[in-house]
Design a protein around this ligand. Structure first.
Ligand code: SF4
Length: 249
C-alpha cells in the first residue's frame, strides 16, 4: 500500500469542513418506496423528536459559529434537511435562519443557506420566509408524472395505492419559477430509475427551467445493488451517457 503523508497544516485544512447538514425535522410527509430512511433499513429516526428542539437549534448555530472562527473559514454552507425540513414550519425556519444569519454572519464567513425539499410544502408563505433569508431551494423531482410518481408519493390508506406527488411538486416549481422567487431556485435532484427513459426524463426536468440538475443513483450496496446493476454491463452509466448527450446537444 503506498504511504501517504499529510503535513500538520495540510491536515488542518482538510479537516475544517465547511458544509453543515442540519436535520430540522426528522419525519416526512411522503413515503417514497426507495427512501433509505423511512422505507428501508435506517430506523434511527424512530427515537428522535419530530422537530429539533429550540435549545438544540440554538446550540447548533453557536457551534457552527465557533467552528468558523476556529478555522478562519471564509465561506460555509448550511443545508436544511430532514426528513422533510419544511415540516418544521415557516416560524421555526424563520427563527433558525435569522439566528444563522445573525450569529454565524458575524464571523468572517460568507454564509450560504440552502434547503433540500420534496417540494410539497413550498407554499407562498414558505417561499416568503426563504426569500427573507436568501435560502436557496433544491427540489427532488424524478422526471415527468409517470416517472416521478413511480416512487415518490404518499402511502395509500388501508394498504391502498400510493398517491403520487408530481402534481404538487410541479405547482411548487411553477411558484419558484416566477420573477419574485426565481433567484432562490437552486436546482433539481433526480434519482435515476432505469425504467424511466433518460431522454424523456431529461426533457421533463429542464421544462421547469432549473439552473442545475443533479442525478442521484438509487441506494445500493455491493451485496444489494440497485435494480438492474451488477454483472458486466453498466446500465446506469449508459443511462447517464444518454442524458449527457442530450444536455450537450
Ligand atoms: S421525500 Fe425524501 S425523506 Fe421523504 S420519503 Fe421521499 S426520499 Fe424519504
Amino acid at each position: 500500500m503506498p504511504h501517504v503523508s499529510v503535513t500538520r497544516d495540510r491536515r488542518a485544512t482538510l479537516t475544517a469542513f465547511d458544509q453543515f447538514v442540519v436535520k430540522l425535522h426528522s419525519r416526512c410527509n411522503l413515503a417514497c418506496d426507495y427512501c433509505y430512511v423511512f422505507e428501508l433499513r435506517d430506523t434511527g429516526w424512530r427515537g428522535r423528536p419530530r422537530t429539533m428542539p429550540a435549545a438544540v437549534r440554538d446550540r447548533v448555530v453557536h457551534r457552527i459559529s465557533e467552528h468558523v472562527r476556529l478555522h478562519g473559514l471564509s465561506r460555509i454552507r448550511v443545508i436544511l434537511h430532514g426528513g422533510e425540513p419544511l415540516l418544521a414550519g415557516p416560524a421555526v425556519i424563520d427563527e433558525f435562519a435569522a439566528s444563522v444569519r445573525r450569529i454565524v454572519g458575524a464571523t468572517s464567513a460568507c454564509v450560504e443557506l440552502a434547503v433540500q425539499t420534496n417540494g410539497t410544502l413550498l407554499t407562498d408563505a414558505m417561499l416568503e420566509v426563504l426569500l427573507r433569508h436568501d435560502i436557496s431551494v433544491g427540489v427532488s423531482l424524478d422526471g415527468d408524472e409517470r416517472a416521478h410518481d413511480r416512487h415518490r408519493g404518499r402511502r395509500g390508506t388501508n394498504g391502498g395505492a400510493r398517491h403520487g406527488s408530481h402534481a404538487q411538486v410541479a405547482a411548487a416549481l411553477a411558484r419558484l419559477d416566477t420573477p419574485r422567487h426565481r433567484r432562490l431556485f437552486g436546482g433539481l435532484l433526480c434519482t435515476v430509475d432505469l425504467a424511466n427513459p433518460p431522454g424523456e426524463t431529461y426533457e421533463a426536468l429542464v421544462a421547469h427551467h432549473p439552473p442545475s440538475v443533479d442525478f442521484l443513483l438509487p441506494h445500493g450496496t455491493w451485496d444489494s445493488p440497485p435494480s438492474g446493476a451488477g454483472g458486466t454491463r453498466a446500465p446506469y452509466g449508459d443511462w447517464l451517457c444518454e442524458v449527457f448527450d442530450r444536455w450537450e446537444d
